[in-house]
Design a protein around this ligand. Structure first.
Ligand code: CTP
Length: 409
């Protein structure tokens, strides 16, 4: 049997963090799994570890210079690469990649790369928490970049928190999973993502804390598996991954209309959006004034439940996947939702400090009609999406598409 990375050309970018030493092991793991590895280092990385070490481990000269007498390595190498890994990825390289700064070999190559890019962030926990870094992650995720880690733990600077680079084995696994089997080849996948905003007047709305990250990760994962993806998303700072048919909506009613249109032709609908369950009964065209009132009651009416409607309308072969965001009793609530909404799969997640809305990580408890089939553990939203689509692609309806092609409905 072939190795998982047989014939793959991988560029490994190493930046200046204490975790650079762990990347030596990563080079070894990549090569043991069949890949050819070209290492590119920043000047700061070369202060932590000698390029000679990476040259010896990769069997190729580790590059550090942008300008070489014989040609332009950043263009030549990126044109041939099947994947680009940056490990460790400092706040600096993440900032440069997000904002289009190309002032050394590695940042220039990242800008020229067309292949999937996987970042393994490594930095001080307060740097990781900073709005600037978090914003840069959003930008890169929106463009389709992949992330592994960081992990929580003790730092080189004697602090404790999120920012440790993932272990080389985890980075290796994430790299291997970039080369997905095309388990959804040709399938039409509809994904809903983000919050909905229900307008009260021209100034105010009812919304929720969803960022859209989970749904966007699902859309990206479906693309990697060869699907045609329609992403219907509510207001979010994220930029849809290139390659999807992206439809921006605002309210539950707009999402419902767009989703029904797309569902007619879909093989699978994955409803990751946090749709508002209620909307104001009336919209005021002019701003609602206080007018001396001490309290104010709003009349709300139920919005269309898109997932339930799909559960009722689905035709033979169509698969419906819902999410259940719960603060407690995730299991029983997920099973109840699965039955009531006639879904094929429900992914339940607890809304907590480290999971659910807003964060980079999530823990999904995935249920099908038989019960709990997968607990993803606390993982990145990319990894949670990968596991969810593994389960979905294993359903008989979707296996049939892969073996016989799409049925016409
Ligand atoms: N959903 C939907 N349309 C709605 C409300 C929810 O399609 N109007 C979908 C969500 O996208 C998600 C699932 O239903 O996939 C579960 O949503 P959630 O709000 O957790 O559950 P509800 O069924 O609304 O129940 P409750 O709010 O009582 O927990």
């Amino acid at each position: 049997m072939g190795l998982p990375l047989d014939g793959k050309e991988i560029i490994l970018g190493v930046t200046g963090g204490i975790a650079a030493y762990k990347s030596c092991e990563l080079v070894r793991g990549l090569r043991e799994n069949g890949a050819s590895v070209s290492v590119v280092m920043t000047q700061a990385a070369a202060k932590f570890i000698s390029p000679l070490t990476f040259s010896a481990l990769s069997g190729r000269e580790a590059k550090t210079e942008l300008f070489e007498p014989q040609g332009m390595p950043h263009i030549d190498m990126t044109a041939r690469a099947d994947a680009f890994i940056v490990a460790p990825a400092t706040a600096n390289i993440i900032g440069k990649a997000a904002n289009g700064i190309a002032d050394d070999l590695l940042s220039t190559m990242l800008m020229a790369a067309k292949c999937p890019v996987l970042f393994a962030p490594a930095m001080n926990c307060r740097m990781f928490d900073s709005p600037a870094l978090q914003n840069n992650l959003i930008i890169l995720q929106g463009r389709g970049a992949f992330f592994v880690g960081p992990e929580e733990g003790p730092m080189a600077c004697n602090e404790f928190g999120w920012g440790r680079m993932s272990e080389p084995d985890d980075i290796l696994r994430a790299a291997i999973s970039l080369f997905r089997e095309k388990t959804l080849s040709g399938a039409k996948v509809l994904v809903s993502a983000g919050p909905t905003y229900e307008d009260l007047d021209p100034v105010r709305f009812i919304g929720n804390r969803s960022t859209g990250r989970m749904g966007f990760a699902v859309a990206k994962e479906a693309l990697l598996r060869g699907a045609h993806v329609t992403l219907i998303y509510g207001p979010t700072a994220l930029v849809p991954p290139s390659g999807v048919k992206a439809i921006a909506v605002r309210s539950a009613a707009e999402m419902s209309e767009a989703a029904h249109e797309a569902f007619r032709d879909a093989d699978i609908a994955i409803m990751a959006a946090a749709v508002s369950d209620f909307a104001p009964a009336e919209y005021s065209a002019s701003k609602i004034k206080k007018d001396g009132r001490q309290n104010y009651s709003l009349k709300l009416i139920k919005t269309p439940d898109i997932l339930s409607a799909f559960g009722k309308e689905k035709k033979r072969g169509q698969v419906v996947v819902g999410f259940a965001a719960e603060t407690d009793n995730a299991g029983p609530n997920a099973i109840k939702k699965l039955k009531e909404k006639n879904a094929d799969i429900i992914a339940a997640n607890l809304i907590g400090k480290d999971t659910g809305f807003g964060g980079l990580n999530n823990r999904l408890y995935i249920y099908d009609k038989k019960g709990l089939v997968r607990d993803t553990g606390l993982v990145s939203k990319d990894e949670a999406a990968r596991q969810l689509l593994d389960v979905a692609a294993g359903l008989p309806q979707l296996k049939e598409i892969k073996s016989k092609g799409r049925a016409t409905r």
